[in-house]
Design a protein around this ligand. Sequence first.
Ligand SMILES: NC(=O)c1ccc[n+]([C@@H]2O[C@H](COP(=O)([O-])OP(=O)(O)OC[C@H]3O[C@@H](n4cnc5c(N)ncnc54)[C@H](OP(=O)(O)O)[C@@H]3O)[C@@H](O)[C@H]2O)c1
Length: 305
Amino acid sequence: MAVPYVGRMRFGLVGTGYWARVAHAPALARTEGTELAAVWGRNPRAAAELAAEYGATPYHDVSEFLAGIDAVSFAVPPDVQAPIATQAAREGKHLLLEKPIALTEPAADGLVEAVERAGVASVVFFTQRFQPDVRAWLAEVAARSGWAGAVSAWLGSALEESNPFNTPWRRDKGGLWDVGPHVVSLLWASLGPVVSVTADPGPADVTHLVLHHQGGATSTTTVTLSATEAAACFEVYVWGESGRLAAPLGSLDRVAVLSVALGELVANARAGQTRHPCDVRFGRDVGRVLTEAQRQVDARRAGIV
Ligand SMILES: NC(=O)c1ccc[n+]([C@@H]2O[C@H](COP(=O)([O-])OP(=O)(O)OC[C@H]3O[C@@H](n4cnc5c(N)ncnc54)[C@H](OP(=O)(O)O)[C@@H]3O)[C@@H](O)[C@H]2O)c1
């Protein structure tokens, strides 16, 4: 078991790309109780530049990077995150993970096992789950009963040429894996655990999901990264006996929200608490929904069903 943490937590940041620069590095620098001590990147120059900006040490070797830190914050593609996070957990580091936690079930299961064996704290940054106004909305949803279901869509424009999120794994995996985790996480939190999913692809990376929740509610969502900026939106509402309640998904101070997630990770590590509503186990459960959806999408595209 990892020893409960005392004092400032020395974080290493994995990744030097857009999200690392605009969200993780500034959030690590400003969150009470955290210190950005080390930066790892496959590009040594980018790692050196980002580290210099924050007075941190750049690394190219993962083991050397991990040796001097207490926790790791990830801002790399999921298939890069999973093996490094598994190694970090085995070495007793607490984890601030990005969604999705991995791209395959074995990789996700291996990460969960490493976290559980080491007894480290973990938080997956399902962004909206850390927004105070969305948390208030979820509390209101929980306080009322009789919800029949939810309707939602994330029409993203990340694949537009000039979008900073137009990166290789997003072009490859599309909206199901990039914005899908956020939507499934919110639907899960508002209507209960997802017990089954039906998925049907549309054009480009458009994916339609129908979710059945424990307790009987059903929800639908459409996710894509191929929308134009003019069409882009993120909407979720639940509906039922008492009417309709829309989630407040407007503008977002990403550094402030990530700072909430980091603060909760640090508090849990200090308390020796490894459970969190958005911990690595929840990240794995959301990933299982996406994996099954992907299986159905592939089968439909191949004309098997
Ligand atoms: N929670 C949220 O709201 C939110 C928002 C945005 C992003 N994210 C998550 O944050 C993560 C990073 O996103 P991003 O937008 O910065 O783009 P990204 O393409 O996921 O990551 C870019 C970073 O990963 C590095 N990288 C790419 N392939 C690599 C490989 N094979 N080995 C080692 N490093 C590699 C890049 O290095 P180079 O610069 O050398 O290419 C760059 O540092 C993703 O997991 C994404 O899901 C979450």
